[in-house]
Every structure is written in C-alpha cells, then in structure tokens.
Design a protein. Structure first.
Length: 307
C-alpha cells in the first residue's frame, strides 16, 4: 500500500466524490495487512503444545494448546492484523503457573481461514465469534490476555451472543482480564486511520455510515467502556500500556482504569504498541496476575469438594 498515493487519491475524492472516497476508505478499514512470513512466526513459536482446529463462522480457526486440559485456562487473543505468536513469550510462564494455555489466530489472520467477506478481511464480530468458538472447545476462561483490538473482540464476545442467528452464546466471564495496549475508543482508531491515509472529513462520514451498515451496529458500541457497561459484574482487570503508544492513546488506558472498579494499571515507557508483549517485566506482571486468578479457581474448587 503506497500511503502517499492513497493520500493524494483521497484528497481528490474528497472534493470530487466523497461517496467514492467513503467506499474506498470502508474497504481499507476492514482490510488486514499481509500475513507475516512463516519464518517470523516460527521465531516466536514456543516449544511443544498441541495444534488444534475449530470451526468458527465461515471457516476454520487454528491454534495451539499447552498444558493439561481441565486446569485453569488462559486464552491469548492477538490484535488486528496480528497473530498468536506475538503473545508467545507468555506461554511457558503461564504453563509454569499451572495454567492450560490456548492461543489461536482470528479469521483472516495467521494460519486461520479467511473471514466471511474474503481474503485479508474480517470484523471485530468475527474475531469475537472465533474466541467464543475456541472457548466452547476448551472450557471457561480463567483469564484472557488480549492485545490491542483483541481486547475489543474479547469484550464483544463477553457482552452478548456473537451471532444470535447461529445460536452462539456469549463468552463466559473470566475470573480476570489482562488488556495490553488497548484502544479505548473507536473514534481514536478512526482518527489514526484517516490521518494515516489522508481521508477527508466528508469521506470519513460516508465511511462511518457504510461501516455501521455492514456490521449492523453503531461504531461507538465498540468503545471499551460501552462494552463494559453491559456487564453487571466485571472481572478483575490488569491494564498494561506504554506512555508513548503511537496507536492507542495512553489517555484511554487512564480512563478505563479510573472507571473499572477492580483494576490495576501497569505503565511502561519506550516500548510502544507491541514490544511490551515480550518485555520481561510485563511478562512477569501478567503471569503473576494470571497465577493469582488461577489460585482463586483452585481454592474455590477445593472448597466445593469439601462441602
């Protein structure tokens, strides 16, 4: 994608045909970047684990599971345009804490099949449905660790049935959530997108209408706090965010932390949007938090067995 050429094209369309500009922007909004080369994925693939395939929506979701099934379970959810190996540094530490770890690629990402509307395209709703499908295979999550837009997909899966027409149920509430580099507001994501491509305001307005028509929801419904407001009881939350994140404003993490009753915010500096995923101190904080949630599940099971 030549960004300079696109910016020039959007500038022309803004004046001559904002409708056409909006259609082009909508197509790009749903379009995923190229899948990473196998060598890049292999470098971050942890040893061991058992590959799996799960039917989800219009294709197959592929991933890997480590540890013993039936233990407290951690699900790893990547972000838009990502792949599960980006969270691979967490796998062995979580297994060492006694968790079963499940990681997968969302539709259109990594090794999974394409989304409903074709190659290199998907939606938050499809990502949410994939998480719910994987959970049905491996059981209720003790903790979900989600990066970037994967957090919005996770909250969407928890909020309501991801596809009522197909009878899909909501994701059962985990005991704890870890949200890393989360974009708290859709408007921030839109602003980053249109600024990067040079989409004008009239074309942007058309794009928003077309996006909402396609997903059947207002874009604002995917704001993190809007999604959270539909839950009567929210799980404990660990937020991890870099002060200098160029893609997800740090102010959004502050707002979520202040509004979420049982939350803790870990602030990093100089790690940006992705490098924090394999930072040793971040891995340690996430592992300890997930281990605490697993200990709570084990203690609850012990009490139930004695009753």
């Amino acid at each position: 994608m030549n960004v300079r050429l696109l910016a020039s094209l959007f500038a022309t369309l803004e004046h001559r045909s904002a409708t056409l500009g909006g259609h082009l922007a909508t197509r790009l909004w749903f379009r995923l970047p190229p899948r990473p080369p196998a060598a890049a994925r292999d470098r971050r693939t942890p040893a061991g684990g058992e590959p799996f395939e799960v039917a989800a929506g219009h294709g197959v979701v592929r991933g890997r599971v480590w540890g013993d099934w039936g233990r407290p379970t951690a699900y790893l959810v990547h972000g838009w345009g990502g792949w599960w190996q980006q969270l691979g540094a967490l796998v062995q530490p979580l297994v060492d804490e006694g968790l079963c770890v499940v990681a997968f690629d969302a539709p259109g990402h990594g090794a999974s099949d394409r989304g409903r509307d074709g190659r290199r395209t998907t939606t938050f709703l499809e990502m949410a449905a994939a998480l719910a499908a994987v959970e049905r295979e491996f059981g209720r999550p003790t903790v979900v660790v989600a990066h970037s837009a994967g957090a919005l997909a996770t909250m969407t899966a928890m909020a309501r049935p991801t596809d009522p027409a197909e009878g899909h149920r909501s994701l059962p509430h985990p005991e704890a959530l870890v949200l890393v580099a989360v974009p708290a507001r859709i408007d921030d994501m839109v602003a980053t997108f249109v600024r990067a491509l040079g989409v004008g305001p009239r074309s942007t307005a058309v794009m928003r209408t077309l996006v909402e028509r396609r997903i059947g929801r207002r874009m604002g419904e995917f704001d993190l706090l809007s999604l959270a407001s539909s839950h009567p009881r929210l799980p404990r939350l660990l937020l991890v965010h870099d002060e200098d994140d160029p893609e997800a404003p740090f102010t959004g993490a502050l707002d979520v932390s202040n509004a979420w009753h049982a939350s803790r915010l870990v602030v990093t500096r100089g790690l940006g949007h992705r490098r924090l995923l394999w930072d040793p101190e971040v891995v340690k904080q996430v592992t300890e938090f997930a281990g605490s949630a697993a200990d709570g599940i084990r203690a609850e099971s012990a009490r139930a067995s004695r009753a």
